[in-house]
Design a protein around this ligand. Structure first.
Ligand code: DGJ
Length: 736
């Protein structure tokens, strides 16, 4: 009781304080977002950047920058330039964060500051909630900021509610609006397609608006990633420049608008894509936006990525601080063609390789319409008797006998027409009346707005988990986007579809997480078409791409490394590409290692190499998974890629160097390492060598000071095309 009283007093105290001070500082260890209530009671952003030593000087910044801060002295154009949550309908001239029509038809909104609450959650996190209200209408907007002090990350989201008599119509409902004032703005975006995920492109923003968005409903980042870098003044490098890295915890349609106004100031509005999604908000109901997640770095993109990785491991990714399972997958070796015997052999193969788990992919289910190809069976989640007469439970037991864990593939949001499920519930799919069904990959999307469908999807996982010993892992696939989407369940509220689908999906995933909190799951979407921090709240990892050619993979994995930590990025060694098994394995090892190869087809020296690599990986995975990433040489700027991980204690590190396609003898320069302790001495040893091979790194086994390694560097790259070098770096005090 006492504790509650104390908490109540603290909150009240903070709120009273807020009335007296009009400046609100939202701070992390190195960055600050500063807001200020104007004399007109409106809320403005006055600062976003590196934290200042003296709080009082935030006032000076505001005064120095007149444009930003001469509020309500009669000039409405100036007033609303830096409104923290710009509205529509009165005097805002640029992209709004919110647009609403009231019950009386008035299409405008004004927001005035009411109060704010500061709540310290623990030593690292705090939440600031700022309540705004329309002076004429009972419409309330609460801006939430959660700060992650050490990681320098801020999550910001918004809650909208009202007490009007009937529902109001929401047309825009952003998570956040940020304002920046620089000479130039450079945007790095990540565009994709199937097998070409997260390609990086940097361009200077010009006047007007640039939009990055998705309208796909599901598998929403098939063409564009929901993440960006925004560099101020000039392009930022890995270690220099001011940059914001932003991403969103939303798995439905998203939208970023980057708008440069007449004063060359930039407004970044982020959130759910409001396209075709006007939302009828009932009185008393809260519309909560997803969190926009961002970090500000004045040391370039490398630091921004490390901030996000550190945040993700602790807060944003399911079980981000726990180990992952290495695995053997059967998809690329068997496709749909397998039976109990073949699988039993593959359990043994997994054991031989030394990985933790066997993952059974697509093709194990369907009886009336067996899943013998992609055209039938999807939705009938019972093991195919002809293929697996003893069911999944038997497979699990067999795997257990072989001493490997057992994981399984599902694609529970999707359905083939040729299924018993479709025969029973044709109204469970998204499909337009009076139009042809829109089939893609011979499948349709289930209507997750419908609670009955949500129950069904939950049961897909629940039933499998109830089978004998339970499975150790799920791969949750999603092979199409929405087209011709219409929900019978939503009736005349079709504009809610994109939002309600995503919320329905989260409801199912919440139930799974609550019932099976320790179940690791891989997120997959016909490759990497669905990676975002909304889904990663439920998933321990994601499948990066169906493109497993290691040359392409260097670029794809490089792209993901900007926003997602290595332990989340699943990379499998497959038969795609004609490179050596060493190159393939070395490339896969920069993230979460797995195999999808015919182990019996490996030559003895290749098998021995793989076994040693798995054992090296197990020794080094704590560094790869939990260490800091330094991207040293970008494949976008050179004919090689070099990166390294360093553990938090700076006692262990791994360097990966991939030579790609140099045209002539590249004569590569030394590469300066990063993140090491200059005062320590390190042994540098080349690992992952083919049994018969000599070292590429000639000084393997030598000892260097951290000072030397970071100031002078090493010749880490092979000059031969599609060749790789892996170096294990150990503080000599930690050598056994
Ligand atoms: C697409 C995935 O990306 C593949 O890894 C595989 O699981 C197939 N689907 C199975 O249909």
């Amino acid at each position: 009781m006492k504790r509650f009283l104390l908490l109540f007093l603290t909150i009240v105290y903070s709120a009273v304080q807020a009335q007296e001070s009009s400046m609100i500082r939202i701070e992390t260890e190195n960055s600050a977002l500063v807001l200020k209530v104007g004399k007109n009671h409106k809320l403005y952003q006055t600062y976003l950047g590196t934290k200042l030593n003296n709080n009082s000087e935030y006032e000076t910044v505001s005064k120095e920058n007149k444009k930003n801060f001469v509020v309500n002295d009669g000039n409405p154009l100036i007033d609303l330039c830096h409104a923290v949550y710009p509205t529509f309908g009165t005097d805002n001239l640029f992209e709004p964060a919110i647009r609403i029509t009231h019950n009386d038809g008035n299409p405008s909104l004004e927001l005035e500051y009411q109060n704010h609450i500061f709540q310290k959650i623990d030593d690292n996190t705090a939440e600031i909630s700022i309540k705004l209200k329309d002076p004429q209408y009972p419409v309330f907007v609460t801006l939430h900021y959660k700060t992650f002090y050490k990681e320098n990350v801020i999550e910001s989201w918004t809650e909208i509610e009202h007490n009007e008599k009937k529902a109001v119509m929401l047309y825009n409902y952003a998570s956040s609006a940020l304002h920046l004032d620089a000479d130039k703005y450079w945007l790095t975006q990540f565009y994709s397609d199937v097998v070409e995920e997260v390609r990086m492109e940097e361009s200077q923003l010009t006047r007007g608006s640039k939009v990055i968005d998705s309208k796909l409903g599901v598998r929403t980042n098939m063409f564009a990633s929901p993440s960006f870098f925004l560099s101020l003044n000039s392009k930022s490098g890995e270690n220099m420049g001011e940059v914001i890295a932003g991403t969103i915890a939303w798995s439905g349609n998203f939208k970023y608008t980057f708008e440069i106004d007449n004063n060359n100031e930039l407004r970044i509005v982020s959130g759910i894509n409001e396209f075709a999604s006007e939302y009828n908000l009932e009185p008393g109901k809260i519309f909560k936006t997803p969190a926009f997640i961002y970090t500000f770095s004045d040391h370039g993109k490398g630091q921004a990525s490390r901030n996000l990785h550190a945040w993700a491991r602790k807060y944003g990714l399911k079980d981000g601080e726990k180990p992952r399972l290495t695995l053997l997958n059967n998809w690329e070796t068997t496709f749909f063609d397998f039976d109990e015997n073949k699988l039993a052999n593959m359990f043994t193969d997994a054991k031989t390789l030394g990985v933790d788990m066997f993952l059974l992919d697509d093709g194990w289910f369907g009886n009336k319409y067996p899943r013998s190809g992609s055209t039938s069976g999807l939705g009938d989640w019972q093991a195919t008797k002809a293929k697996l007469p003893n069911g999944i439970g038997f497979l699990m037991e067999q795997a257990k006998k072989t001493d490997v864990k057992f994981g399984i593939w599902i694609e529970p949001e999707m359905i083939n027409e040729k299924t018993e499920l479709y025969e029973k519930h044709p109204d469970w799919v998204l499909s337009l009346p009076n139009r042809e069904k829109s089939i893609y990959r011979t499948q349709l999307v289930l209507d997750l707005c419908n609670p009955q469908v949500q129950d069904f999807v939950f049961k897909v996982v629940d039933d499998i988990m109830q089978t004998k010993s339970g499975v150790a892992f799920f791969k949750w696939d999603c092979n199409r986007m929405m087209t011709s989407a219409y929900s019978t369940y939503l009736k005349n509220q079709q504009s809610h579809l994109f939002i309600e689908y995503t919320k329905g999906l989260y409801k199912v995933l919440d139930r799974i997480k609550a019932k099976y909190p320790n179940l690791p799951m891989m997120l997959c979407a016909g490759g990497g078409g669905r990676v975002d921090y909304g889904m990663l709240n439920y998933f321990t990892e994601f499948w990066a791409s169906d493109n497993t050619d290691p040359f392409d993979r260097v670029f794809i994995q490089w792209g993901y490394s900007n926003f997602y930590p290595a332990l989340a990025t699943c990379n499998h060694v497959t038969s795609m590409g004609n490179q050596s098994i060493k190159f393939k394995t070395d490339v896969a090892m920069m993230g979460k290692l797995g195999f999808d190869i015919h182990v019996g087809g490996l030559k003895p020296n290749e098998l021995q190499f793989c076994q040693e690599a798995v054992s090296n990986y197990k020794r080094l995975s704590p560094v790869i998974w939990q260490g800091d990433l330094y991207r040293l040489i970008s494949p976008y700027e050179d004919s090689r890629a070099v990166l390294m991980y360093v553990n938090q204690e700076k006692t262990k590190s791994v360097v990966f160097s991939y030579t790609l396609h140099p045209l002539t003898d590249p004569n590569y320069s030394l590469v300066r390492l990063e993140g090491l302790n200059p005062l320590k001495k390190y042994q540098v040893k080349e690992i992952n060598l083919m049994p018969e091979a000599k070292n590429t790194f000639e000084e393997s086994g030598s000892v260097f000071s951290g000072d030397f390694l970071t100031k002078v560097g090493l010749k880490v790259s092979s000059s031969r095309q599609e060749n790789s070098v892996v170096l294990e770096i150990t503080d000599v005090e930690h050598l056994k």
